[in-house]
Structures are given as structure tokens and as C-alpha cells.
Design a protein around this ligand. Structure first.
Ligand SMILES: Nc1ncnc2c1ncn2[C@@H]1O[C@H](COP(=O)(O)OP(=O)(O)O)[C@@H](O)[C@H]1O
Ligand SMILES: [Mg+2]
Length: 241
């Protein structure tokens, strides 16, 4: 039975005035210029905007992969930058699943071994980790590629392995950088259905960076970035098709 307490929104991500610059060859690129962002558990948020506007930088800061220069950022009430490096790795390892734009699969490992890495890092015994990895590969439609290494997989198959790896440890926050970019329309649709299901079944929060207007209708909310800032007004996904 649903009660008011159970449906109360829980904050997953809370960012205020987040800034981040990169120093390159004597010049400074202001990638984030004061970003405010809130995402709740159970919500699938899409982040859209032109190339170079700061999407990857923002989700990397949120996921604790990059340090911000200024502002506040908490994930489930925890500020990465207040943790020691050991605590930070543990928190990230337990709470966050990240799908990198470049997939970042380990070339010497099979698909199942790649997917099991987040569990092995947490000390889950190898046989159990492999079993869970195979279940996830099955869910992304790759049960016949369990023992295949990344070099023998297509871009779309590598992307699905990366997605399986981001989900295998049941993280509370899943962050995906263009997860359907290498997929055909049908497979992209199936992957979005899976991500949507995962968000709903576990009250997880998802942030999905995308250029792919074919999947906008899976979002609860679409936020647009422009030149290092969140552009005013969210896009209502129900008006897009
Ligand atoms: N490692 C880096 N070093 C220097 N500049 C970077 C680096 N990563 C991103 N940038 C710059 O920061 C800005 C935002 O980049 P990014 O977050 O990758 O945008 P998006 O993901 O929206 O394409 C761009 O101008 C980009 O060139
Ligand atoms: Mg990017």
C-alpha cells in the first residue's frame, strides 16, 4: 500500500552554484559557471544541450569522478569532497553506477568479467559476481556474449556491457553519458525501457545525458544546459515525440 511517507520525494542529488574550470595551454575554460540541480530518488532526469555546454563535466562532478572548484554538491546528503579518498571510493563504489561516453571497458576482460568488476571491488565472491553479471548481460540482450572480449564486440554491444556494469551492484544513483548514442533505434528503445524499469523498481535516481530525441519520452524531466549553466525552464517530455 502506498502511503504519503513512502511517496515523499527523497533527494538524491543537490547541487548549488557549482563551478568547474579547466586550465589548458594558458587559457581557462569555464565548463560549469554556477549550476543548480536537484534530482530525486525514483526520478529519471535527462540532461540535454549542445556539445561543449558542460554536460559531461556536470555528471562527473555529481558522480565524484571530478572535483568541483566551488559551490555545493551532495549525493544522498554526502559531499564527496568532505570524504577521504578511501571513503570516497567506497561511497562511489556502493552508491553510483556510471556509464562513460567512451564505455571504459577493460580490454583484457570478457563481457561478464567487465560487468562483475563493481561487485568484485566490493568484495563479493567471484562466483556470485559472475552469476549476477550474467543476469545483467541477459537483461541487456547479450547472453550470447558473456565470454567475449570488448574488441570482438560492436560499439552498440560494448555500450550495453557498460550499461550492465553500471547496474550490477544495485546503485542508488545511475549516471549515463549518452547511453544510446551507439545503438540503433530499437535497441536504444529497449535500453531506455530497462533503465526506466530499474529507476522505478528500486526508487533509484537516473541522470541521462542524451542528444537522442527518440528517447526523450522516457524522461520524467528534461533539463537543458547552455554554456555552463542550466537554461531556465525544463522541457515537458509529454509534449515531445
Ligand atoms: N579535460 C578537459 N580539459 C580541458 N577542457 C575540457 C576538458 N573536458 C572538457 N573541457 C571543456 O569544457 C567544456 C565543457 O565540456 P563537456 O563537459 O565535455 O561538455 P559536453 O559534455 O556538454 O559536450 C568544453 O568547452 C570542453 O572543451
Ligand atoms: Mg559530453
Amino acid at each position: 500500500m502506498t502511503t504519503a511517507t513512502q511517496t515523499a520525494k527523497k533527494s538524491a542529488v543537490h547541487c548549488r552554484s557549482v563551478t568547474k574550470s579547466y586550465a589548458t595551454a594558458g587559457t581557462k575554460v569555464h565548463a560549469l559557471r554556477g549550476v543548480d540541480l536537484d534530482v530525486n530518488s525514483g526520478e529519471l532526469l535527462m540532461l540535454v544541450g549542445p556539445s561543449g555546454c558542460g554536460k559531461t563535466t556536470l555528471i562527473s562532478v555529481v558522480a565524484g569522478v571530478l572535483e568541483r572548484d566551488g559551490g555545493e554538491c551532495e549525493v544522498f546528503g554526502t559531499d564527496f569532497q568532505k570524504l577521504s579518498s578511501g571513503q570516497r571510493s567506497r561511497f562511489r563504489g556502493e552508491s553510483i553506477g556510471f556509464v562513460f561516453q567512451a564505455f571504459n571497458l577493460l580490454p583484457s576482460l570478457t563481457a561478464a568479467e567487465n560487468v562483475s568488476v563493481p561487485l568484485l571491488i566490493q568484495g563479493v565472491p567471484s562466483s556470485r559476481a559472475q552469476k549476477k553479471a550474467k543476469e545483467l548481460l541477459d537483461r541487456v540482450g547479450l547472453s550470447d556474449k558473456i565470454n567475449t572480449r570488448p574488441a570482438q564486440l560492436s560499439g552498440g554491444q560494448q555500450q550495453r556491457v557498460a550499461i550492465a556494469r553500471s547496474l550490477v551492484h544495485d546503485p542508488r544513483l545511475i549516471v549515463c553519458d549518452e547511453p544510446t548514442s551507439a545503438l540503433d533505434g530499437d535497441t536504444g528503445h529497449k535500453i531506455m525501457e530497462l533503465l526506466r524499469e530499474v529507476a522505478l523498481e528500486g526508487e533509484r535516481a537516473l541522470i541521462i545525458v542524451t542528444h537522442d530525441s527518440r528517447v526523450y519520452n522516457f524522461a520524467d524531466r528534461i533539463v537543458r544546459m547552455e554554456d555552463g549553466l542550466i537554461a531556465p525552464g525544463s522541457i515537458d517530455p509529454t509534449t515531445l515525440h
